[in-house]
Design a protein around this ligand. Structure first.
Ligand SMILES: *Cc1c(COP(=O)(O)O)cnc(C)c1O
Length: 374
């Protein structure tokens, strides 16, 4: 009889563990802010917005209700609307396309490249006389080739609005995701690299007119001087959430280093598994500083591997429920994107988060090697 192999439970994400890690500090922030009765548009929010702006090297940050609102507001503030086409990668959350739709423009999905981010060649091929913007998703914590996208944008007089929901702290040639275009949005959804206790997001811009327009849109149409300048929404980041975020921003650089360490570990441990395509390793390309919001591999026999890992106590996730945006025919998409179709039969996200131990990553890799008989 063989001894039963120990099963380690590796959850995909562990919210309670994240809370426990600094429970006392969170409770203290809650108490301190609540005692002041400081809930909407107070100092904690302003402080967080300015710390984040300096972290990013951007002029302005506006806390908003969530990144989906932020993307729509960014587009509207950049005067993108009815009759305009906006090109984005089909490998993204439906939120990217929904923001374009609700801004009144037409979402045009295109192929991604081998690093799973928008393919500049596909972008250029999709430009028509109605194209007004490119909306790259800085997917999985990696920033797209912004040099190539900026060249295309300049050539065709397009603006860039980044979906940087997954990319806080990621850089391309030293410049932060979220600062390349006219405006961008970042998400503080609890599972994002910087997460709050519910929904939250930010609009980032270095253009004063666009920023002022975004502020008015998110504040019922009132501009910073308190004058009503048009129709607006109500989309704000709660002051309390901003205070929780400021606390975590203090050691965010260390958090990123931890994520990069874990990604490096995966990269090493899976190096000899020919059936798995790994994301670029942390130091593999001097142009890219990746923060590994997700660790998304490509795997032969993906569905069988997922089940095998589940049997070993390991939770994995297939992003976007396994469907690229152009595959959502119900929403009227008709594009044929064969590379993305193929890729979506192979994608799988392995657990990479702030609660997983190095041993957890090694265990996952052992099981993957076991599955392929290596
Ligand atoms: C999470 C996410 C969003 C949406 O962010 P919310 O804050 O939940 O609205 C948009 N785009 C991408 C790529 C995301 O990962």
């Amino acid at each position: 009889m063989t001894a039963p192999t120990a099963i380690l439970e590796v959850p995909f994400f562990d919210y309670p563990a994240l809370f426990r890690k600094r429970e006392d500090q969170f409770v203290e922030v809650f108490r301190e802010v609540s005692r002041r009765g400081a809930f909407i548009k107070q100092k904690d929010l302003r402080d967080f917005e300015s710390s984040l702006a300096s972290f990013l090297g951007a002029r302005y940050v506006l806390g908003v209700g969530n990144a989906t609102d932020g993307l729509e507001v960014a587009l509207r503030a950049a005067s993108i609307g009815p009759g305009d086409e906006v090109i984005f990668s089909s490998h993204t959350m439906i939120a990217t396309a929904a923001a374009i739709h609700y801004a009144g423009a037409t979402p045009v999905p295109v192929e991604c490249g081998s690093d799973h981010l928008i393919d500049p060649t596909a972008v250029e091929a999709a430009v028509t006389r109605n194209t007004r913007a490119i909306m790259p998703t800085q997917l999985n914590g990696r920033t797209a080739d912004m040099g190539a996208l900026q060249t295309i944008a300049a050539k065709h007089s397009l603006v860039i609005v980044e979906d940087a929901a997954q990319a806080l702290g990621s850089r391309f040639r030293g410049q932060s995701a979220g600062t390349f275009g006219v405006a961008s949005a970042i998400s503080f959804y609890p599972a994002k690299v910087l997460g709050c206790f519910g929904d939250g997001g930010a609009v980032v811009s270095s253009h004063s007119a666009v920023f002022e327009q975004a502020c008015a849109l998110c504040n019922f149409g009132y501009n910073l001087q308190g004058e009503l300048v048009g129709w607006g929404f109500n989309s704000r980041l709660d002051n309390l959430q901003a205070a929780f975020l400021s606390l975590q921003l203090q050691d965010f650089v260390a958090a990123i280093e931890r994520r990069r360490h874990l990604a490096g570990l995966y990269s090493e441990c899976l190096a000899n598994v020919a059936e798995v395509v790994r994301p670029p390793a942390p130091d593999s390309d001097p142009d890219h500083f990746d923060i590994y919001q997700n660790y998304e591999i490509e795997a032969d026999q993906r569905d069988q591997l997922k089940q095998y890992l589940a049997n070993a106590g390991i939770s994995t996730l297939i992003q976007w429920g396994g469907l690229a945006v152009h595959q959502l025919e119900r929403l009227g998409f008709t594009q044929h994107l064969p590379y993305t179709d193929w890729l979506f039969t192979r994608l799988l996200m392995l657990p990479l988060n702030m609660s997983i131990a190095d041993e957890g990553v090694q265990y996952v890799c052992d099981k993957i090697r076991g599955f392929y008989g290596r």
